[in-house]
Each structure stands twice: as structure tokens, then as C-alpha cells.
Design a binder for this molecule. Structure first.
Ligand code: SF4
Ligand code: SF4
Length: 422
């Protein structure tokens, strides 16, 4: 098992407490400058955690580490190279680590139980492949190249609806239902009723756009359909490293049994998880992991006078040493403008805090949207379903794949299957 105490010590011992990281930490400013919700505060608390990690009072500090967005904005400004995002992640694994207890937040218990039972955090795995039925896309049953959606596009509209229900029902009732579902996972059937058809269609359409662009670039991958497992992102992000390890091994053995060699991911979180986290947990995780944009033939688009603002997702730009493909694909298609914070200073949309810190998340999203709108273009483009869900408060955010499809040089290049009369 990974020695998180050693990893934590290595990170925090070089911090000089200069506070540069606080200037870019979204949770620090949006919490009203609470030290424990800032990058430097997390480093200081992590030092305490290492020294007294068996003391029960340190469990109370978990909200400091759990509220970190893991955006890594702090890493890119730190003169000592400290990553307070990684510190928060290691601290979560030390505080939580294994099977949840009765004291664990019911929403977390529900997600852990449903993921282990149904390979989907809301227990709605059958809904995850319905997008294929209405999409004009091609797959190959024997390719060693796998399209791995990781369920992020498909699950986002359900999570959006869950948040709305939560606002209506209030926290206590929401947690009561979550604890019931955690105990009786088959009750997760109710989540199917949460769907907002328009929103589901929109995210499914983006997924279809991605595969259509791959197909038109000569890539016909394999797809597991209804048997595709969720990658376990939340198990890791919530700090349940033992559960995550077991689960990641299960997902990996599925890929190995099928003879997969290359994996094409479609969202920044799954891309980051498979490239940077899975190899630490799963022995011989020797697949080549790509983002779909790396396969797109750039010559298939027409240029226009259109001007857009690009919101660069932090898990793509700040967690990766090579994300040029995100910018290259837009070159020559439109005029790309950037908000005040962009590139290695890009700012998180606040999405990762939506489950446990909804008010903080909403404050971060609203501030980021204002920065994007202040640039002055009417269209904001992003490449992450979570960013889209959190920033699209006024209907002016579009997924990059849908934007590319709109600028394809083939007339009527659609992602939906043509309607056929019987
Ligand atoms: S983590 Fe880096 S930027 Fe933040 S206080 Fe420590 S040394 Fe300074
Ligand atoms: S990863 Fe992001 S939210 Fe977490 S401490 Fe660093 S800047 Fe703040």
C-alpha cells in the first residue's frame, strides 16, 4: 500500500509559508479568506496531521482537506514546488482510507456502496450507454483501442438534477434518503426518475460528437456499452484509497481480459485518473492512455470569423505536462480569447466541491463565469462536462466537441442518427 505519511512529509517539509499559493487558491477567496480553506493553511494543518494523526480532533480538520478542489493552481505558483492539492489528497487518504463508518457523510457512503455494487456512483449503469442508440457513430468489436467514456458525460445531468432536488429538500432530508440508499442500494432506482430529458440529450450529444470526430479522423474504437464500468474517480477523490485500489484493479482486469492496448478518454478527470493515478495503485497498468483530441484530424474543419472564450479545465491543463492539443485544435477555426486567469493560471470551475460544499462550489463557479464573460465574447467553450454543468448558468457555454462539429467541413455533419420512417 502507498505510504501516504511519507508522501505528505516530503511535500510539506519544503514549504516556506510564503503564502503565494493563497493568491490563486479558489477555495481561499471564496470562503472569505479562511486560512484552513487556503493552500498554505492546508500545508500547516497537514504538518499537524503527520505529527498527531491518531488524535480524533484531527478528523475534524477533514473539511479543510475535503474542500480542496485538487485543481493544482497552487503548484504552478509555488517557489518551492509544493503541491497543496496533492497534500490534501494524501491527507484525505490518511483520514479516510478504508471502508466508511456510520459517522461518514451518508452521501459518501451511498456513492461508495453504489459504485462497488453497480460499478456506477448512482447505480444507473444501464442509462450510461443509451446515447449510442440515437447516435450516428461506429464502433469495432475487436479493436484493441478502447473508447472509455468513464460515464462522466452521461452522469452529469443526473448529478445536476440531484443538486436541484437537494436545494428543494434541504440537507437533512437529502442525507436521510442517501443513508437509506446506502443501506438498500436497489432503492437507487429512483435516480433514473431524476433525469431531465433535455439536459441528458445535450450531454449525450456531446459524447456522440466526440465519437463522430474520432470516426471522421479514421479511428473506430471498441466500446463496452452497458458493461463499461465507472473508473472510480470519486472513490479516490473522497480519500477511500483501499476501496479505490480494489476497484481500480477490477476495472483494469476487465481491460486486460479484452486485450485492450490503447485507451481513449473523453473527459479531463478520467484522462488524469488513468494517466496519473491508476499506475500508482494497479500493478502493471501498462496501457497507453490518450485524450480524444490527440486523435482528431485538424484538417477537417473550416475557419470562421467567430470569436470564443476558452475555459481550460484544470485537470487537463494543470495536471498534465502536455495539453497543447486543446489549443491546437482551435487554431485556424476561430478567434480564441482567454480570461484573466488562463494557461498555467487557469481557474477551477468549482465543480469538485459540489457534493460536499455546495455553497463554496457555487461561489467559485459564479466568480469564474464572471471572469469568462468579462472577456466579451458571447460563446464560452470548454472540454469538460463538469465545467459545463457548473458554468452554464446562462446557456452560453458549449462543449468543445459540439463546437468542432458545428465547424466541420462536411455539410450536415451531424452526431444524431438520421430519422428513419418505418
Ligand atoms: S505551498 Fe509554496 S507557495 Fe504555498 S506557502 Fe508553501 S512555499 Fe509558499
Ligand atoms: S489544489 Fe486548488 S483548491 Fe486545493 S489548495 Fe491548491 S489551489 Fe487551493
Amino acid at each position: 500500500m502507498i505510504d501516504y505519511t511519507t508522501k505528505l512529509r516530503k511535500e510539506v517539509e519544503v514549504c516556506i509559508e510564503c503564502g503565494f499559493c493563497e493568491a490563486v487558491c479558489p477555495t481561499f477567496s471564496s470562503s472569505g479568506f479562511l486560512p484552513s480553506y487556503g493552500a498554505r493553511g492546508r500545508i500547516i494543518l497537514a504538518r499537524d496531521l503527520i505529527e498527531k494523526n491518531s488524535s480524533p480532533k484531527f478528523r475534524e480538520l477533514s473539511s479543510s482537506f475535503m474542500s480542496c478542489l485538487n485543481c493544482f493552481a497552487c503548484l504552478h505558483v509555488c517557489p518551492a514546488g509544493v503541491n497543496a492539492g496533492a497534500v490534501s489528497s494524501y491527507a484525505r487518504q490518511l483520514i479516510n482510507g478504508s471502508t466508511p463508518t456510520k459517522e461518514t457523510d451518508p452521501l459518501i457512503r451511498m456513492i461508495l456502496n453504489l459504485t462497488e455494487k453497480f460499478e456506477n456512483p448512482l447505480g444507473i449503469q444501464r442509462q450510461m450507454s443509451s446515447w449510442v442508440d440515437s447516435s450516428d457513430v461506429s464502433f469495432s468489436n475487436d479493436s484493441s483501442i478502447l473508447l472509455y467514456t468513464g460515464s462522466m458525460y452521461q452522469i452529469t445531468p443526473y448529478l445536476e438534477r440531484l443538486q436541484r432536488m437537494r436545494e428543494i429538500m434541504g440537507e437533512s432530508l437529502t442525507k436521510f434518503f442517501a443513508s437509506l440508499i446506502a443501506r438498500f442500494p436497489t432503492l437507487s432506482l429512483v435516480f433514473k426518475l431524476l433525469r431531465d430529458r433535455k439536459s441528458v440529450n445535450s450531454y449525450e450529444n456531446s459524447l456522440a460528437s466526440i465519437v463522430k470526430l474520432l470516426n471522421s479522423s479514421g479511428v473506430v474504437p471498441r466500446y463496452l456499452g452497458a458493461s463499461e464500468p465507472y473508473p472510480g474517480t470519486l472513490l479516490h477523490d473522497l480519500g477511500y484509497s483501499e476501496n479505490f485500489k480494489r476497484y481500480a484493479e477490477r476495472v483494469t482486469s476487465r481491460f486486460k481480459d479484452m486485450g485492450i492496448r490503447k485507451i481513449i478518454t473523453v473527459d479531463p478527470h478520467t484522462y488524469d485518473l488513468l494517466r496519473n493515478i491508476y499506475p500508482d495503485y494497479v500493478r502493471d497498468f501498462n496501457f497507453e492512455v490518450y485524450h480524444y483530441l490527440e486523435f482528431i484530424d485538424m484538417k477537417q474543419f473550416t475557419s470562421s470569423q467567430e470569436s470564443i472564450v476558452l475555459h481550460e479545465p484544470c485537470h487537463l491543463v494543470l495536471h498534465s505536462s502536455s495539453s497543447d492539443f486543446l489549443h491546437d485544435v482551435l487554431d485556424g477555426i476561430c478567434e480564441t480569447k482567454y480570461p484573466r486567469r488562463h494557461g498555467s493560471r487557469t481557474e477551477c470551475c468549482g465543480g469538485p466541491d459540489e457534493l460536499l460544499f455546495p455553497d463554496l462550489s457555487s461561489s467559485i463557479s459564479r466568480r469564474r463565469l464572471k471572469d469568462l464573460e468579462d472577456v466579451g465574447s458571447s460563446k464560452i467553450v470548454t472540454a469538460c462536462p463538469i465545467c459545463e454543468a457548473n458554468l452554464n448558468l446562462r446557456g452560453n457555454v458549449i462543449d468543445l466537441a459540439d463546437f468542432l462539429v458545428q465547424h466541420h467541413n462536411t455539410p450536415r455533419f451531424s452526431t444524431r442518427r438520421p430519422f428513419q420512417r418505418k
